[in-house]
Design a protein around this ligand. Structure first.
Ligand SMILES: Cc1cc2nc3c(=O)[nH]c(=O)nc-3n(C[C@H](O)[C@H](O)[C@H](O)COP(=O)(O)OP(=O)(O)OC[C@H]3O[C@@H](n4cnc5c(N)ncnc54)[C@H](O)[C@@H]3O)c2cc1C
Ligand code: SF4
Length: 341
């Protein structure tokens, strides 16, 4: 069990001013190093003395990692661009508003002012057993405290769980998957560009990480192609309270409709598994169909196929079914009948 003290364990602080230097330092110090972006997730771990890196590589002085740039085919967002800058950027708002909607629903204004897009997609699981330093599977142990008859698992996974049932907490991640974004990573072997959906991994690949970054890797940018610019977007996040709170589930979709039929669509949900899930079967099933409540209902049923609830999170199955339905068929008006009628 974690012992929480006021003072962080000491570490060497390195403050590079270029991405090349930052990656070299991360490579040089390997598993002893910790990349620090906005620090919102990082400081939780360090202050609780649960993670004790020997070296912290502070990325905040690297201007080439900040800002939104137009490219020949869309935009490129530096990994150190804050969520607030992403939300408010005029091109993001005009053409890729799905991302501004998702990012704007993350955390609180203060956290979005400091937290970065790169940090938001690379943040760790929020399972309280793990965050409190319990020696579970994800922490290198051989038990899951959440997946027991009395474990607190209301917020946990309904799909693709394997030993660990924690979920990915990012609100920007499903929006980036729906926008077909590419993640640019500087690795010891050179630059690597991966599809957004391939940046995230589940416990079947590595139970100790939610993403593909290995020691020595630096996420430098996220590219969004123009192919979905101005599409019909839908983002919905369901949380326990409408101030800052992590998602119980969220859904993000981009849809192009022509002649009353869905020409193409990308859709992803987060909060259902250890990685944000692109719903490829749904995308295929709705192609050529009208964006109606019936199509949405069919898609919702398909989306939750194979879902397995834990003791306290069965509500997530109808919730996910309905979020997918609403993303496709729209939100039905609530029908109120006066009391007594
Ligand atoms: C109280 C609270 C509520 C929150 N609520 C939400 C919410 O509702 N929705 C949501 O989506 N998020 C939420 N967050 C997360 C928040 O939005 C931050 O984005 C997130 O914590 C990390 O961003 P950061 O820039 O502070 O990164 P850091 O905390 O510095 O880094 C996070 C992780 O990513 C790694 N990392 C960061 N950048 C890079 C890089 N360029 N290359 C390699 N590795 C990197 C770090 O090593 C670290 O492991 C919340 C956070 C807090 C503290
Ligand atoms: S759900 Fe994952 S992070 Fe939480 S206790 Fe189980 S193994 Fe650990």
């Amino acid at each position: 069990m974690a012992v929480i003290r006021d003072v962080m364990a000491p570490f060497e602080l390195l403050q590079p001013t270029s991405a090349a230097d930052a990656q070299r330092l991360l490579e040089q110090h390997g598993a002893d190093a910790w990349a620090m972006a906005g620090g919102l997730d990082s400081f939780d771990w360090l202050k609780d003395r649960i993670k004790k890196p020997k070296v912290v590589v502070d990325l905040s002085g690297i201007s080439e990692l900040k800002g939104v740039r137009e490219t020949g085919d869309g935009i490129e967002i530096g990994a150190m661009t804050t969520l607030t800058q992403v939300v408010n950027h005029p091109i993001v708002r005009e053409k890729y508003s799905l991302l501004s909607q998702g990012a704007e629903l993350a955390a609180s204004p203060q956290i979005r002012n400091q937290g970065t897009l790169g940090g938001n997609v690379s943040q760790d699981a929020r399972c309280w057993y793990y965050r409190a330093g319990w020696p579970c599977y994800r922490a290198g142990g051989n038990i899951c405290y959440a997946d027991t008859p009395t474990g607190r698992n209301r917020e946990h996974a309904i799909l693709h769980a394997e030993r660990c049932v924690a979920v990915n907490p990012s609100d920007s991640a499903p929006a980036l998957i729906a926008l077909d974004a590419k993640f640019v990573i500087r690795t010891p072997k050179g630059e690597r560009v991966v599809d957004a959906e391939d940046y995230f991994i589940g416990p079947e690949i590595d139970i100790t990480r939610l993403h593909i970054l290995k020691p020595g890797d630096l996420l430098t940018a996220i590219r969004i192609p123009a192919s979905w610019a101005g599409a019909q977007f839908y983002f919905e996040k369901v949380r326990d309270r409408n101030v800052w709170d992590f998602a119980l589930l969220n859904v993000a979709s981009a849809m192009v409709v022509s002649g009353g039929r869905i020409e193409r669509m990308r859709i992803a949900v987060n909060g259902a598994a250890a990685r944000p899930l692109r719903l490829k079967a749904v995308e295929d099933a709705v192609r050529g169909k009208p964006p109606s409540a019936e199509t949405g209902a069919m898609a919702g049923r398909l989306a939750v196929e194979g879902a397995v609830p834990l003791q306290f999170n069965a509500y997530k199955i109808p919730l996910m079914r309905n979020l997918v339905k609403r993303a496709i068929g729209g939100v039905e008006e609530a029908k109120w009948a006066p009391i007594g009628e």
